[in-house]
Design a binder for this molecule. Structure first.
Ligand SMILES: O=C(O)CCC(=O)C(=O)O
Length: 353
């Protein structure tokens, strides 16, 4: 199970310069890197398989799956397991094997239940098993999340929400309300046109400028902004999903306003995560109020994200910015349309469509 994984999909293109996770380290906001030393040595097991069905990774997507850091599946044993590492265990305990005598290796695999929760620790770029669960003491690298706390001041947050509330909010699914600034898209038919899109709102101009100062967001050109409004009284939530990858590019950037929440990441493909003997693993990414989170790489393409109803305690407003996929970027099949949409978006003259 650990060493005989399926073959890797070929990498379609080189990773962009900002793609730090490809360079064998997980970037954390503090700049700390997850080293192999922190975890014990990495397994030499091959990478995870591409997810099945409509979760298949797009051939044109920047491929984290092809990157070295993601190729390796690591597990960090806790106190009990540390002894195994010191004793020369390669870091990932082997799968239980009835025919072999492994008295010193703890047997956590059968203990982990589907959906067992891990929590993302931004300072180390790890998903760490929650205490008092079967996952306690376990951890694995969780690349593709950048969390910037206090991205806005309280005054800026208040001003931003005030500006948003000047425009009408439209009822949306699952108790949410929304304001959309972007082109008219039919994802099913893969049809796209500017429609009545006249740009991102003027109040986003400074936010975009500020976010682009971060290396992970180098060259980020948002072509769409979607504001979502969550309220506990409406039972607001968003189901686990992967964002489209035909039109939208790798980096999804969200600002979390008015109250804290939890972004619940889940991976339910048997092939996508084989650290544990369970079909579904969830990782809670805690989003403080006024933080900015970027999902990219594996966290964008392999892990679904959701906001559960129980994690909306007060009104919450989220602003998500999306960039164009390679197909709509320079040198892509629809470069001209992409350029036209970007010119509109970045005029910052927008009203919700
Ligand atoms: O509210 C959030 O943080 C997530 C929003 C989201 O997943 C989406 O707009 O697709």
């Amino acid at each position: 199970m650990y060493r005989d994984g399926p073959a890797l999909p070929r990498r379609a293109q080189p990773c962009p310069a900002w793609h730090r996770s490809c360079q064998g380290a997980n970037l954390s906001p503090a700049g700390a890197e997850t080293s192999t030393a922190a975890l014990g040595r990495p397994s030499s097991a091959p990478n995870t398989a591409p997810p099945a069905g409509n979760e298949a990774k797009p051939p044109n997507a920047p491929s984290s799956a092809g990157c070295r850091a993601w190729r390796r599946r690591w597990a960090a044993p806790g106190a009990a397991g540390a002894a195994a590492v010191r004793a020369g265990n390669p870091g990932v305990p082997p799968p239980p094997s009835p025919g072999r005598d492994r008295p010193h290796v703890p047997a956590p695999f059968s203990l982990l239940q589907d959906g067992e929760t891990f929590t993302y620790r931004p300072a180390r770029g790890l998903a760490v098993g929650d205490p008092h669960t079967a996952a306690a003491g376990w951890a694995f690298p969780f690349p593709g999340v950048l969390l910037l706390e206090d991205f806005l001041s309280r005054a800026e947050e208040a001003e931003l929400v005030r500006a948003m509330d000047q425009d009408p909010w439209k009822p949306s699914q699952s108790g949410r309300r929304k304001q959309d600034y972007g082109p008219k898209v039919n994802f099913k038919k893969q049809k796209l046109r500017a429609g009545c899109f006249v740009g991102l709102p003027s109040f986003s101009q400074d936010i975009v400028k500020r976010m682009k100062a971060h290396p992970i967001l180098e060259g980020f050109l948002p072509v769409e902004q979607c504001n979502l409004d969550y309220l506990p009284e409406r039972g607001s939530a968003i189901d686990p999903h992967l964002d489209d990858w035909w039109l939208w590019g790798e980096r999804l950037v969200s600002l979390n306003l008015l109250s804290k929440t939890v972004l619940s990441m889940s991976c339910d493909s048997e092939n996508s995560i084989q650290l544990f003997n369970c079909k579904k693993v969830t990782v809670a990414v805690h989003l403080p109020r006024r933080s900015l989170v970027v999902l990219y790489g594996a966290a964008r393409y392999k892990w679904k994200h959701a906001i559960h109803r129980k994690h909306i305690e007060h009104r919450r407003v989220c602003i998500t910015f999306r960039e164009l996929s390679t197909e709509f970027s320079l040198g892509g099949k629809h470069e001209n349309l992409g350029k036209e949409l970007l010119d509109i978006a970045l005029s910052f003259q927008g009203k919700p469509v």
